[in-house]
Write a protein of this length. Structure first.
Length: 141
């Protein structure tokens, strides 16, 4: 503890920068509507928690490859068709986009609509395919 206090006293600028970075990260993550999960955690949620995968990519991208069992609700029609998934409000929802960046805004929308447990897939479908995880081609069944 003495070493830490000595380090902090001598390097107070580093401590300030570190605290600023941590605060910025916290703020950024909270603005993205909650936490993101990696592919391992997403797989666990699907298998153990019966999580619904909501793929918000356009239909063309979805049919070229998606997570098995995913529901496709493109961003372009989300506002008009969101009621189609209202029955899943109590289930965990994993929002998936192409790169993991657009999913945050949709997750925020779902939370405002009363969905209890919404997360986004970090890295999106790009991360999923990079991890060599299975994808299904064609329309969702």
């Amino acid at each position: 503890m003495q070493d830490f206090i000595g380090f902090a006293t001598e390097n107070w600028m580093l401590i300030v920068v570190w605290l600023s970075a941590a605060a910025t990260l916290f703020y950024t993550e909270s603005r993205k509507a909650g936490k993101s999960v990696n592919t391992t955690e997403a797989t666990r949620m699907m298998n153990q928690d019966n999580a619904m995968v909501l793929d918000i990519r356009e239909s063309k991208d979805f049919t070229q490859g998606h997570i098995s069992g995913a529901v496709n609700l493109p961003v372009s029609v989300l506002n008009t068709k969101i009621s189609e998934i209202d029955r899943h409000k109590s289930r965990p929802v994993i929002v998936v986009c192409k790169m993991g960046t657009a999913a945050g805004a949709i997750a925020k929308t779902l939370k405002k609509r009363g969905f209890e447990n919404v997360v986004r897939l970090s890295g999106g479908m790009s991360e999923w395919t990079a991890a060599s995880l299975p994808v299904k081609k064609g329309k969702s069944s």
